[in-house]
Every structure is written in C-alpha cells, then in structure tokens.
Write a protein that binds this ligand. Sequence first.
Ligand code: PLP
Length: 450
Amino acid sequence: MNETEQLRNEILEKTKAYFRLAHAPKLIAPFDKGRSRVNYAGRVFDEAEMVNLVDSALEFWLTYGRYSKTFEKRLADYLGVRWSLLVNSGSSANLLAFMALTSPLLRERQVKRGDEVITVAAAFPTTVAPIVQYGAVPVFVDVELETANVDVALLEAARSEKTKAVMLAHTLGNPFNIEKVRAFCNKYNLWLIEDNCDALGSEWNVQKTGTFGDISTSSFYPPHHMTMGEGGAVYTNNPLLKKILLSIRDWGRDCWCESGVDNTCGARFSRQFGTLPKGYDHKYVYSHFGYNLKATDMQAAVGVAQLEKLDGFTAARRKNFAHLKEGLQGLEHFFILPKHYPKANPSWFGFLIILREETPFTRNEIVGYLEKNRIQTRNLFAGNITRQPLFDVLDEGKDYRIVGDLANTDRLMNDAFWLGVYPGMSEEMIDYMVSTIRDFCSGYDAPASV
Ligand SMILES: Cc1ncc(COP(=O)(O)O)c(C=O)c1O
C-alpha cells in the first residue's frame, strides 16, 4: 500500500469514528415523550454514507463520475428498468421528463405549446410547473378522497383533440390506479409521466411504480424514501426517450461523451449537422434547448450507500404505517383513514388523515394541538394548486382547464393533514402520536350522523 492509499484509508477509518461519536448518539437517543420532537421525516444514515461521501471528496472528481455511474445502474436494476439518469432534484427530474416530451425527435407525438396534459390539482407544484412553463395546458381532474389520487373515471371527460400526455404523482406513496391510467394512455396514444418522487419502492401487482410510465421521476431530498441531500432521477425503458433525456439533462448537446471523455462516437470531427460547417466538433453540437441538471458525484456517493438500505427503509415505512393505522382504529367517526387499491403495495411516504364533514373540530385545531405537543404535521402539498397565488397570472380556459369541479381536492386542501412514517421512527414515537391524537379527540363527542 502506498502512502496515498494509506492516508486515504486512515481518513476513511477516522470518518467512521467521527460518525460514531458525532452522529450515532443522536440517532439512537431515547425518545423523551413530549420533549423529543417527532419529525415527519428525516435522513436515516450511518457511517457508510459518510465514508462514501468523504471517499468521493478525496477523489475530487466532483462532477458526474464513478459513483454517479454506479448509482444510475443500481437504481435501474432496483426498479427493473433499462436506464436511469441522475439529476440534481426531483423538480429537475420532472422538468427534464416533461421537456423530453417536447423534443422534435418525437415527431407527431411531440408535445407542442398549447397541447394539453391531464393531471391533478392536489399536487406538488413542480409536477405541474414544467407544463405551464413550456406553454402547454394542464387539465385538472378531481381526485378520490381516500387515496388522494386521480379519479380515473374523469379521464375520458378530460381528453380533447389536444391531449398529448398524462402526468401524475403517486400521492404520499399510495399508487394511483396505474392499470386504468396506463390503459387510457395506450388507448389514445398518450405519454405517461409517473412522478414517483414520493413512492420509490411502492408496487402495483408486484411491479415497482415508476416502471409503468414512459418516463418516471424520483426525488432524493431528505424527507423522501432515500436521500442524497439534493438529488433526483428520471428513468425509462424507451431508447429514444433515454437519448433525449440525456441530451436535455446535459446542456441539450447531441454528443453523449461522459465528463472528461472525448470522441465516444468515433466521428467527433467528421459529421454534418444542420448548416454547421462539416466536421464541426460534435461536442459542441446541440440538438435540444437543454439545461445542466446533473448532480455531483458526492451526491451520488451518498445515494449509492442509501440504495443498499432501501429495502429496509421500505419495510420500516410499511410497518410504521400499519402500526399507526391500527392505533387509530375506532376514530373513523372523526377521520377518513388512508386506503389503497388491492393491487397496490405502497411504500408510504406519509399517513394522510382527512377530517369528516361532520367532525366537530377543524384541521387547524388538531394540527395546532399536535404541533404544540411536538409532533410535526404537513398539509397535502399545494392543496388545490389552482387556488395558489402562482395561478393569479393564468387564465382558466386558456392557460389551464378544470374538468368538472375539484370538490375532493378542495376537501383535501381544507380538511386533510399528514403524519410521518419514516424509518427513523420508533414504536414509542408512533404510540405517542396515537395517544396524542386520542387525547385530543377525547374532548369531543362523536358526530351523530356517522
Ligand atoms: C410528488 C413530488 N414531486 C416532486 C417533488 C420535488 O422534489 P425535490 O424537492 O427533490 O425537487 C416533490 C418534493 O417533495 C414531490 O413530493
């Protein structure tokens, strides 16, 4: 072993020791009821993530490199898809996925400005934003209450001659009716983008969500199923879409050389593109109006270690969800508790609680009580996104359409909140959430009509 390797090993050993001293005690600190905070999500990691991160820092490649390559391959294998591409966030993944559909390489299936994309308003903003930013028209349909997912019965009514795609998230890890949505897309030759940002590890009929869409997306922001701080991915089985995604992720270039590599195509200075001079350097030929959405190799290094833990995380999320649901049995006169389709096996992102119309307290009253008792809660993202200030500059009927009413979406905006089930939670924490909710409810009589 030479001096460099020896030093590197020493640093990595010290990193492990540092983790054990600086982080491990916080991760295993006993739960102190009413004093410890019950967060809805958080990073769950050990020395492996820190060692990979430091290893990558020492290598100092910084941009797309060996960890990124490994991560993309392992994520694709985990999902059972041909390709995954690493990007710097879930929002970037959605932007990239949508913009790929605007590529002229897709010919008559290219999404053009003014074309319509069916989605829901009970959404995270960056599932919808790329559609609007490009100048396509989001068409909003209502959701079912119990799953907070698209009501598939409304898809036919939402379709017009301009419909080119459907873009939907699996809300809080609970798969939408992918069979019906996929069949609808197949029937009318529409693209499907599955926003899988909150559902990595969820399944439909034993097949992973994110593998049904033409393109699907992930987020690796800390609350998600696994993290690299900031990060995301797009994945696809379609070779043409993969080529387009790669181009738009990497500045819009035509060339597919990896960072630091030249002439992968073997024809770098000999081809003719557009009206450029013959032999114009392929590295500087652009076939799309692209971005740079790449992540760093340090982010990927953390992701590689997290992927190893993903099955364990999924099992913990399912266990925590089941424990919480069991604890809340008997409170259904106040709450609608989450349901999933028989074919779905969710890797839950969170536990959605919807107050019944007859419930004698408000969402903000119970949420206020829980927060006061150090239990973190979350609203269902943007609620009804069409009611958010960002829609003030848009005209209904021209810039977006609403099909029917969004009554259930509004109900979720007004009466729903969610709690965490992340793998860092202990049984004690879940029992504490249950007892705090029960304490709150004990101050109210059951509504007569339920
Ligand atoms: C459904 C959904 N899509 C996209 C995103 C965006 O991911 P990111 O925060 O990595 O940009 C989120 C974020 O939480 C999300 O919940």
